[in-house]
Ligand binder design. Structure first.
Ligand SMILES: C[S@@+](CC[C@H](N)C(=O)[O-])C[C@H]1O[C@@H](n2cnc3c(N)ncnc32)[C@H](O)[C@@H]1O
Length: 273
């Protein structure tokens, strides 16, 4: 990629309700259209063979939230260009399968496979309907993949629990629920509460005809916990990473100014009994 690719430009931004179907259509189209710009902008921070959980820079090499993965069969949900799975492959884990709804993201994964010589097996799929058998993975994880982008988070969590073996582990990072009260602005201007924490309507970027181009869905802490418990999972930890002194990277609404006083990310660590 030599020339700087651009993100799709929205005509406006709304908080509104939307159907699962409208959200899924917008999501796939947006990620296909945005993948080049996303990888161009964030590729260095993510690293081709690197496992970063969040814009705070939480790195699995140190955090070890997945526990002992030696010999494990692992599923990555919403893998983008597969950087996390490629890191796991490099660590010599048993087997990794990664999936994403966006073909263009998976094409970037293939490009990096060729550049690094470390191949990540990928599947194009939607977290809401997984093409995997029951109880087929020891570990499932997602680093900001898929879960912020589905309205019916409960159903996606249940679908993930279905493919996890008893005794398996599921870890995922999402936008911290408190973040939806504030504008998508990581500076001092983003410090003023603008929206009710209890407003579950989606954040939607629309084109000039009011069609959704991009959507993110807000779930409260209680919604996530309830969804995990309903899926039969046990919550072991909820990590709220603090902004490290040495990270001056701004990523959308995440950055050092707001990051020092407000959490931007929640990482849920769960197991299936
Ligand atoms: C913010 S990226 C995170 C990916 C990767 N962990 C990274 O840090 O680049 C979110 C990814 O989730 C994928 N995604 C969104 N909705 C999805 C869905 N319903 N099912 C599967 N993947 C989805 C997007 O295509 C995108 O690649």
């Amino acid at each position: 990629m030599n020339e700087e690719p651009e993100y799709p430009t929205p005509g406006g931004v709304e908080r509104r309700s939307m159907t699962t179907e409208e959200s899924a259509t917008a999501g796939r189209r947006w990620w296909d259209g945005a993948a080049d710009a996303y990888q161009f902008e964030h590729g260095d921070f993510l690293r081709d063979v690197g496992f970063v959980w969040s814009p705070e820079g939480v790195d699995e090499a140190r955090a070890r939230l997945l526990g002992d993965v030696a010999g494990a069969r692992i599923l990555e949900i919403g893998c983008g260009a597969g950087q996390c799975s490629r890191w796991l492959r490099d660590q010599g884990v048993g087997e990794v399968v990664a999936f994403d709804v966006s073909l263009r993201q998976l094409q970037h994964s293939r490009r990096i496979d060729e550049q690094t010589g470390l191949r990540v097996p990928t599947v194009q799929a939607d977290v809401q309907r997984l093409p995997f058998a029951d109880a087929s993975f020891d570990v499932a994880f997602s680093a900001f993949g898929a879960f912020p982008f589905v309205p019916a988070a409960e159903a996606a969590l249940a679908e993930t629990a279905r493919v996890l073996k008893p005794g398996g582990r599921f870890v995922f990072s999402v936008t911290h629920p408190i973040r939806w009260c504030f504008p998508d602005d990581p500076t001092e201007h983003g410090m003023t509460l603008r929206q009710s924490y209890f407003d579950r309507r989606a954040y939607v970027e629309e084109d000039e005809h009011g069609r959704a181009l991009y959507a993110e869905h807000h779930h409260t802490v209680g919604d996530w916990i309830r969804g995990l418990v309903a899926a039969g999972l046990v919550v072991r930890d909820m990590v709220e990473p603090e902004w490290p002194e040495d990270n001056d990277q701004v990523w959308g609404g995440w950055g050092p100014v707001r990051g020092r006083v407000l959490p931007g990310t929640a990482i849920f660590v769960t197991t299936r009994p």
